[in-house]
Ligand binder design. Structure first.
Ligand SMILES: CC(C)(COP(=O)(O)OP(=O)(O)OC[C@H]1O[C@@H](n2cnc3c(N)ncnc32)[C@H](O)[C@@H]1OP(=O)(O)O)[C@@H](O)C(=O)NCCC(=O)NCCS
Length: 205
C-alpha cells in the first residue's frame, strides 16, 4: 500500500515539481541509495512485486509475469514526466541491485500534498532499511519539493508498515472500512498524515 499506490496515480499533475529534470535526483542515506529506475531493473522489480509476503497488504495482487514489471517501470517513467508520481529504486550503497522502491504518489501542486509508499524485498526486512528510506523521502518531500502534507494508508494488520510511519511522526487520522478487495477479502485502510509543521517540530527536538 502506499502504499496503496496505483489508485492515486491519476490525480492532478504537478508540472512545477523538479521542472527541467529528465529523471529523479538520487537520494543518499547512511546505507542506501534511492535512484532512478531503468528498464535494466525490471527483473529486480519482478522479484519484489511477485513475492506474496511483500504483496500481502499492497494495493494490487502479486505480479505473475515479467510483463507486469515492465509495465510498472514504463508507468513510473511516464508518471514522472507528468510529475504525478516519483518512484525511486532502493539499493545498498555498496552495490546497484534494486531491493525495494520508495514512492511519492498523487503529487498535487496546488494543495502541496502527496502520498508515500515503500516496499522492500522480504530478504531485506527487519534491518531498518524502510525507515531509513522513508526518512529520506520525507526530508526530500518537505525540504526540496516544499510539500505541506504527506499521507499514507496501511492495512491495520500491517504492523511493520504502521511502525515505519509512526517512527517518522505520522499520525493516525482514521480508518476506512473495507477500502480494498484483494485476495478474495475486503481490507481496511488505516489513514496517516504528517504535516510540514510536525516535521519541523521534530527537527527542533
Ligand atoms: C513494511 C516494510 C517496508 C518494512 O520494512 P523494514 O525495512 O523491515 O522496516 P524497518 O526494519 O525499518 O522496521 C520498522 C519498524 O517496524 C518494526 N517491525 C518490522 N517488522 C515488524 C513486524 N513483523 N512486526 C512488528 N514490528 C515490526 C521494526 O521493529 C521497526 O520498529 P522499531 O525501530 O521500533 O524496532 C516491509 O515489511 C515491506 O516491504 N512490506 C511489504 C510492502 C508493504 O507492506 N509496504 C507498506 C504498505 S502500507
Amino acid at each position: 500500500m502506499p502504499t496503496r499506490l496505483y489508485a492515486y496515480c491519476m490525480t492532478t499533475a504537478a508540472p512545477a515539481f523538479l521542472s527541467g529534470l529528465t529523471q529523479l535526483p538520487t537520494l543518499t542515506t547512511l546505507r542506501l541509495r534511492l535512484r532512478w529506475l531503468t528498464p535494466a531493473d525490471v527483473p529486480a522489480l519482478f522479484t519484489i512485486f511477485s513475492d506474496p509476503a511483500v504483496m500481502r497488504y499492497w494495493s494490487r495482487e502479486q505480479f505473475t509475469s515479467l510483463a507486469e514489471a515492465t509495465e510498472l517501470q514504463t508507468q513510473i517513467e511516464s508518471l514522472f514526466r507528468e510529475r504525478s508520481l516519483f518512484q525511486w529504486g532502493i539499493t545498498h550503497l555498496t552495490d546497484d541491485e534494486v531491493i525495494g522502491t520508495a514512492t511519492l504518489y498523487g503529487l498535487h501542486a496546488a494543495h502541496r500534498h502527496a502520498g508515500v509508499g515503500y516496499a522492500l524485498g522480504s530478504a531485506h526486512w527487519g534491518q531498518g532499511y524502510a525507515s531509513e528510506a522513508l526518512a529520506a523521502l520525507v526530508r526530500f518531500a518537505f525540504t526540496e519539493l516544499n510539500l505541506h502534507r504527506l499521507e499514507a494508508d496501511a492495512d491495520p494488520r500491517n504492523v511493520a508498515s504502521r511502525r515505519c510511519l509512526e517512527k517518522q511522526g505520522f499520525r493516525e487520522e482514521g480508518l476506512q472500512r473495507e477500502r480494498y478487495f484483494l485476495y478474495n477479502e475486503w481490507q481496511d485502510a488505516q489513514l496517516f498524515g504528517l504535516l510540514r509543521s510536525d516535521y519541523d517540530a521534530q527537527q527542533l527536538r
